[in-house]
Design a protein around this ligand. Structure first.
Ligand SMILES: [Zn+2]
Length: 266
């Protein structure tokens, strides 16, 4: 009987949740939950010291209408469609080097390989949680471009901004957002000098356009550890740090992610 009551409360609370494209959503779950799944990806479960349990899910930027979440408990598998509200994102018009909008044939294979390599990383799931303290920002400077801005490059290419840009003259130290393992550390065509940190359970932080990368792939890093120096490499209009969070294989608003996840781990 008790479990029936708990499930009823759970269903009611999920129904009440409206989620926004590009953001993360915190969902309360029963503490007996074995796993939570969305879009075929596993979502981490957090048990707070107040005897409550939550999960955090990513709502893709291009998600429309609804998003299905599966919650598996020892007695039931619940499927729920969450209503997806469209976020109020701004438009940006940018001018970059022509070759970064219409890349020459000679680099197209490189671009595809870099994309495939990154997607393979982001869609993988390390069961271990590498961290136990709140996430921090990689820099504490002004934000010069927010996540989710609809972007038009050189009046042709339409895209959206998949991270948050921080003001950073070339050579500004960049710090790890939390403990984890470096899983990518190289120069890439669009992202320039790039670092990706695996924090476990499908959570990755990304740092782009760097002028210097301090550690190779496989290095364990601590929260707030200096991992590189900012720069202006890759597709940029000027020096800055592009900081991103990948959750369940999709880029989400990093500021919103940090605010949300820090709420449930305290
Ligand atoms: Zn950016």
């Amino acid at each position: 009987m008790r479990s029936f009551i708990v499930l009823s409360i759970f269903i009611t609370s999920l129904l009440a949740i409206e989620v926004t494209n590009g953001k993360t959503a915190i969902l309360p779950v029963d503490k007996s939950t074995i796993y939570v799944e969305t879009r075929g990806y596993k979502a981490p479960i957090f048990h707070t010291n107040k005897n409550k349990s939550f999960t955090i899910i990513a709502v893709p930027y291009r998600q429309k209408n609804s998003l299905e979440v599966i919650v598996k408990t020892p007695t039931k598998e619940l499927k729920k469609a969450l209503h997806v509200k469209q976020g109020n994102y701004q438009k940006e018009v940018l001018q970059v080097e022509h070759s970064k909008v219409s890349p020459p044939k000679s680099v197209q294979k490189r671009i595809k390989n870099e994309y495939d390599e990154a997607m393979k990383i982001y869609s993988s799931f390390t069961p271990k949680r590498y961290w136990d303290k709140p996430f921090v920002f990689p820099l504490k400077t002004k934000i010069t471009s927010a996540y989710g801005n609809a972007r038009i490059f050189n009046n042709t290419l339409k895209s959206y901004h998949s991270g948050t840009d921080f003001r950073a003259p070339i050579g500004t130290p960049v710090y790890a957002s939390n403990d984890g393992v470096i899983v990518l550390a190289k120069k890439r065509y669009y992202a320039g000098g790039s670092i990706v940190i695996d924090h476990g359970e499908g959570i990755y932080s990304t740092y782009y356009h760097l002028s210097k990368i301090l550690f190779p792939v496989g290095t364990k890093v601590k929260r707030s550890q200096k991992i590189g120096l900012s720069g202006n490499t890759g597709r940029v209009t000027g020096p800055h740090l592009h900081f991103g969070i990948m959750l369940q294989g999709t880029p989400v608003d990093p500021i919103n992610f940090i605010e949300n996840i820090n709420k449930i781990i305290k």
